[in-house]
Design a protein around this ligand. Structure first.
Ligand SMILES: C[S@@+](CC[C@H](N)C(=O)[O-])C[C@H]1O[C@@H](n2cnc3c(N)ncnc32)[C@H](O)[C@@H]1O
Length: 207
């Protein structure tokens, strides 16, 4: 990978994972397959691979994760997630598949939001973090199609997943300042293991 002169797009540089992803990666069940959707250079997926998870990476440009193609358990899928068959239906890349965790960072295509949640297996994890309304004042993206509305990720998982953590606001902890919204949620609302039907608690700082 040529990074001469720092000209390489930031999302393809081999930076470390998002701090939000790193904080909640430990909520993924041991050994479960993780999907890093719109993976770029795969910085977030690489964290899960290092933690022993099989890993599926998808992007329309998978040139920046080719170094992982011979790693055990790694699947690399080149796909345009916004055209052709919907990714999680029919002949789409992920039709009928379920994942132990799905991680999406700095990418938004609204038609995929509900299918992403549906593709998480029981007990599985969603970590989603991307730009939100208000970011227009700071940097790209500025198009509202690519900016989450206040509470949008909470609405997405309501009744489907237990929210472990949620934030929305101005942050500068992932290499660029901006307004972001981020969530970590576990699909364990249906188990009713407790007499009151409440899902079990999870550590807020998992190992
Ligand atoms: C800002 S980067 C984020 C990369 C990575 N998630 C990260 O946090 O480092 C957005 C990624 O979305 C991918 N992407 C954008 N539109 C896409 C599409 N229609 N289908 C598949 N991937 C797409 C880009 O190729 C790029 O790698």
């Amino acid at each position: 990978m040529d990074n001469a002169g720092g000209k390489q797009p930031p999302h393809t540089r081999p930076n470390g994972p998002s701090p939000w992803v790193a904080r909640f990666a430990g909520l993924a069940r041991k050994g479960s397959r993780v999907l890093d959707l719109a993976c770029g250079g795969g910085r977030n997926g690489r964290l899960f691979l290092a933690r022993g998870h099989p890993l599926t990476l998808v992007d329309r440009d998978v040139g920046h994760v080719q170094d992982l193609k011979r790693e055990t358990g790694v699947e690399i899928i080149e796909a345009d997630l916004e055209s052709g068959s919907p990714a999680f239906e029919g002949n789409g890349s992920f039709a009928g598949r379920r994942f132990g965790a799905i991680v999406v960072v700095n990418y938004l295509h609204r038609p995929l939001l509900v299918p992403i949640v549906e593709a998480i297996e029981a007990g599985g994890l969603l970590i989603y973090e991307t730009f939100a309304r208000g970011n227009e004042a700071f940097s790209r993206p500025k198009n509202p199609d690519f900016l989450l509305r206040s509470g949008e990720l909470l609405e997405l998982v309501r009744g489907r997943m237990q929210v472990v953590a949620y934030e929305h606001g101005l942050i500068a902890d992932d290499g660029c300042s901006g307004v972001k919204q981020r969530i970590a949620a576990v699909k364990d609302t249906g188990g009713a293991a407790r007499p009151d039907g409440e899902p079990p608690p999870h550590p807020l700082h998992p190992d």
